[in-house]
Design a binder for this molecule. Structure first.
Ligand SMILES: NC(=O)c1ccc[n+]([C@@H]2O[C@H](COP(=O)([O-])OP(=O)(O)OC[C@H]3O[C@@H](n4cnc5c(N)ncnc54)[C@H](O)[C@@H]3O)[C@@H](O)[C@H]2O)c1
Ligand SMILES: [Zn+2]
Length: 359
């Protein structure tokens, strides 16, 4: 078992990573203290596959609340149904929500925990690569609004994260691969050696070798934990985690969430790299390395169907990271060195998009 700690003083928490780490849950709940009831908020598919295995590790299990898998469920309406469930189970201030599933389960379950009684504790048990390398760490919780992704939410740190790689075994290869985009993101923005590691371990990663998967998860959690510890509420540094996400979120929305989040992020990174190359901030060689790595990992670097550039520009303008109506994005100058642009032009977005359709 590898353990990474998110150093946030009284809000700090451990992330346990490895095979059978579900056995860490009873001692974790014990240490938290005062937990008389646990409500599980679970992706229905994950619950079908794995709840039997998880249940013995949750001594005080009181309620299991399911939702239909998929991004379309990530809405206020679904959270309202969870709140009804928590009310029915009579969860009190010292009780606990346990989220079980991918990023959608974690974001919604964490948000329900943030809202119930103005905030009760929760523990994340992520079951996707996306959630294990990114979504389960850092305390951003929330749901989508018709006007855009993740527009409704709260900062609410979990009290612990338990990543049991046994649960990841049933993940579809497409979902497994999609999550790798965030791993490449973390490497590019913080850790050149980790970027190289991806290039050297493509086969082991795609073959899901347990050691490689565990190492990938642990290195990602360490990177994200350090960024979050330095800037919990995104006053500055944490914004680098949005690399690829300005255009990525626009693509995700405009393709009606048919792409996996990670796939849209890969496309967003390729497009935003084109902006960086256009400004002479990133070398064309580094941008090519990112494309080649994505391709080797099976991530998309081209749009299947071209998108209307004006619609993408409109979406980018709506992005919640913007100030004063300008388009923002994070670019990588070289591995580990980022820069925040707050004056991206419509023309740059058009050119960046052509990088996703030209060959
Ligand atoms: N809070 C954050 O900081 C943060 C960071 C990154 C992403 N996110 C959010 O995370 C979401 C994407 O997460 P995701 O990619 O995990 O999507 P997801 O939760 O929808 O899971 C993807 C699919 O995998 C299935 N699944 C999950 N675990 C499985 C398993 N072990 N075996 C078989 N099937 C399994 C699910 O049923 C679902 O169909 C997005 O909503 C994104 O906005 C949040
Ligand atoms: Zn993301």
């Amino acid at each position: 078992v590898k353990t990474v700690t998110v150093e946030l003083g009284p809000r700090g928490y451990p992330i346990h990573i490895g095979a059978e780490t579900r056995s860490q849950l009873p001692p974790l709940l014990d240490r938290l203290g005062g937990v008389r009831k646990v409500a599980v908020i679970a992706d229905a598919r994950v619950a079908d596959l794995h709840l039997d295995t998880l249940e013995p590790c949750i001594p005080n299990l009181t309620a299991v609340l399911h939702f239909e898998p998929g991004e379309a469920s990530k809405s206020l309406a679904t959270v309202a149904s969870f709140l009804d469930g928590l009310a029915e189970a009579r969860l009190e201030r010292s009780d606990l929500v346990l989220t079980f599933g991918g990023g959608v389960a974690g974001d919604m379950g964490g948000f329900a925990a943030a809202c119930w009684l103005r905030g009760i504790r929760y523990v994340q048990v992520p079951t996707t690569i996306e959630a294990g390398v990114d979504a389960s760490v850092g305390g951003k919780t929330g749901v989508n609004h018709a006007a855009g992704k993740n527009l409704i939410g709260a900062f609410h740190q979990p009290s612990g994260v338990v990543i049991d790689i046994d649960f990841l075994e049933t993940l579809d290869q497409r979902d497994f691969i999609a999550g790798l985009a965030e791993s490449v993101k973390h490497a590019a923005i913080r850790d050149g050696a980790f970027f190289d590691w991806h290039e050297q371990h493509v086969k082991a990663i795609l073959g899901r070798k347990p050691d490689s998967v565990a190492e990938l998860l642990a290195r990602n959690c360490a990177i994200k934990a350090a960024v979050v510890a330095a800037d919990e509420r995104e006053a500055g540094l944490r914004a680098i985690l949005n690399y690829g996400h300005t255009i990525g979120h626009a693509i995700e929305r405009l393709t009606d969430y048919q792409l996996r989040h990670g796939e849209a992020v890969a496309l967003g990174i390729v497009a935003e790299n084109a902006i960086a190359v256009g400004r002479g901030l990133m070398s064309a060689a580094d941008a090519a390395r990112v494309r080649e790595l994505f391709t080797a990992l099976g991530l998309p670097v081209m749009l299947a169907e071209p998108l209307d550039p004006e619609a993408v520009i409109d979406r980018c303008r709506l992005d919640k990271k913007n100030r004063g109506g300008e388009i923002n994005c994070v670019v990588v100058r070289q591995w580990g060195a980022t820069e925040r642009l707050d004056d991206v032009t419509a023309e740059e977005i058009r050119t960046a998009l052509s990088a996703l359709s030209a060959n």
